[in-house]
Write a new protein. Structure first.
Ligand code: ATP
Ligand code: MN
Length: 464
């Protein structure tokens, strides 16, 4: 049996005059005069196709090879030879071709021409077979590895926080309830659903963040991180929001807001550098076909320290600018994405860290600053993306945390375990959440978040 090669390894090794086997999907077939054909084969290991030459010495040339069309799957054995053609060094001179799956050209949804991303969203199960969505899938895998590499190099322990939770991290709604009650026949008491009869004996939901649980582990292990799916039932139909997305959440004990920002900047830069160093071919595709300025944008983000300003400075900048905003800017209200974009894209022209937001617009767990008006929060904004990271130093002082939770009307009994972390061995600690899909968008230039996750879940849409 000749050795099997994946095309990426084959193109790297170029084992000339060796008999080998490759498997993959036909991208195109072109017939030449003199009873032979060129097949372009892609196996998903890389962007490049392998050119295969098939002629009528192959037993099934007339009966099968000449019927191969885009999307057919085949196993091909042949000799690796130097290619006379431009743009490729080797090609495969086939001796046997076994077709494992046909793809009727009358109905196969992916034809040779370039399809729009909108169209490809209607065939999420087939779109990874296209150049761009295949490249995105490889990029996503590589970035996932780079996340673990970054934290592993720094001695962080990965924590698997629960997907089903009974605590709402932001202290607000927009969660997906998980239940096994019969929805057509709900048990009620006093006109309300009786969750005591539900699976967990209380109402439970899909997690919106693993932060609170990560805090518990940080206050035992020092430095931890989570990397998991996150769910938000918010009705934001934008190119930056999904109902199911993935978030990376590091949490560090004995770390203040500045240490938190430093880690976040190093993390983003590590991810960008990893792609530049390890995903060259796919990154080139994004630079050529997806975002014209991508290489420069990434280079700048890698080589320039992130700008850092406070919320109060940001508001001053916005108020003195001549730019017309739809939403007025006023100290105390949240920055709208038009404000964030203006600061990041027009004022700074690169990544921007905004810190120390008014406490009224931030969740209960963020640490109060001495001014009593702001909290030790930080958001990181990226050009073209907006918010990539939201984080803070957490309130480690029991009395202040209790006061804040009471102010916000939270049930202290529900959070008793969380308060224990301050009752026993409390310590300053900090963390943040990075939206995985948004960093993929940033490094690929892909405009719509639906195109950087395999099977996107958005309001009104959850198909495979
Ligand atoms: P936004 O203001 O953009 O809706 P947020 O402030 O609600 O985000 P956080 O709760 O701070 O988001 O979550 C941390 C990070 O997770 C965000 O900075 C962002 O990168 C990402 N993120 C948040 N919501 C979504 C979503 N619906 N889809 C994809 N990524 C998201
Ligand atoms: Mn946020």
């Amino acid at each position: 049996m000749p050795p099997s090669y994946r095309i990426n390894n084959l193109l790297a090794e170029k084992p000339l005059d060796t008999e080998i086997t490759v498997t993959g999907w036909v991208r195109t077939r072109r017939d030449a005069k003199g009873n032979f054909s060129f097949l372009e084969i892609n196996d998903g290991s890389c962007l490049a196709n392998l050119q295969v030459i098939a002629d009528d010495s192959i037993p099934n040339y007339d009966t099968e090879v000449l019927r191969l069309t885009t999307g057919c799957a085949a196993s091909i054995t042949g000799m690796v030879i130097a290619s006379p053609a431009k743009g490729q060094e080797i090609e495969l001179k086939a001796t046997t071709i076994t077709v494992t799956g046909w793809a009727d050209p009358k109905s196969y949804p992916l034809q040779k021409k370039r399809h729009s991303f909108e169209y490809l969203r209607t065939v999420p199960h087939l779109r990874p077979r296209t150049n761009s969505l295949g490249a995105v899938a490889r990029l996503r895998g590589a970035l996932s590895f780079a996340c673990h590499e970054f934290f592993n190099q720094r001695g962080f322990v990965q924590i698997h926080t629960p997907v089903i939770t009974t605590s709402d991290c932001e202290g607000a709604g927009e969660m997906f309830t998980t239940t096994n009650l019969d929805l057509d026949n709900l048990p009620t008491t006093a006109g309300k659903v009786d969750y005591q009869q539900d699976f967990f004996g209380r109402r439970a939901a899909l997690t919106v963040s693993g932060q609170l649980e990560a805090e518990a582990y940080a206050l035992a292990l020092g430095n931890v991180y989570t990397f998991g799916p996150t769910f938000r039932a918010e009705n934001s139909n934008t190119s930056r929001h999904l109902a199911e997305f993935w978030m990376i959440e590091p949490e560090m004990a004995f770390c203040d807001l500045n240490g938190n920002i430093d880690l976040a900047e190093a993390f983003i830069k590590h991810l960008l550098q990893y792609v530049v160093d390890n995903c060259q071919e796919d990154f080139d595709l994004f630079c050529r076909f997806i975002e014209k300025n991508l290489a420069t944008k990434i280079h700048n983000a890698l080589t320039t320290p992130f700008a850092r300003i406070t919320y109060t400075e940001a508001v001053e900048q916005l108020r003195k600018s001549k730019h017309k905003f739809t939403f007025p800017v006023q100290w105390g209200t949240d920055l709208q994405s038009e404000h964030e974009r203006y600061l990041c894209e027009d004022v700074v022209g690169g990544p921007l860290v905004v810190s120390d937001y008014p406490k009224e617009i931030k969740p209960f767990y963020m640490r109060a600053n001495d001014d009593n008006k702001t909290v030790a929060a930080m958001d990181i904004l990226l050009p073209g993306i907006g918010e990539i990271i939201g984080g803070s130093q957490r309130e480690e002082r029991l009395d202040l945390l209790v006061a804040r939770m009471t102010e916000q009307g939270l049930d202290l009994d529900e959070y008793s375990w969380y308060l224990d972390l301050r009752r026993y061995g409390s310590a300053p600690h900090s963390g943040f959440g990075l939206g995985f899909e948004r960093i993929i968008q940033f490094v690929s230039g892909m405009g719509n978040i639906r195109d950087v996750i395999p099977f996107p879940r958005t309001p009104g849409s959850a198909t495979s």
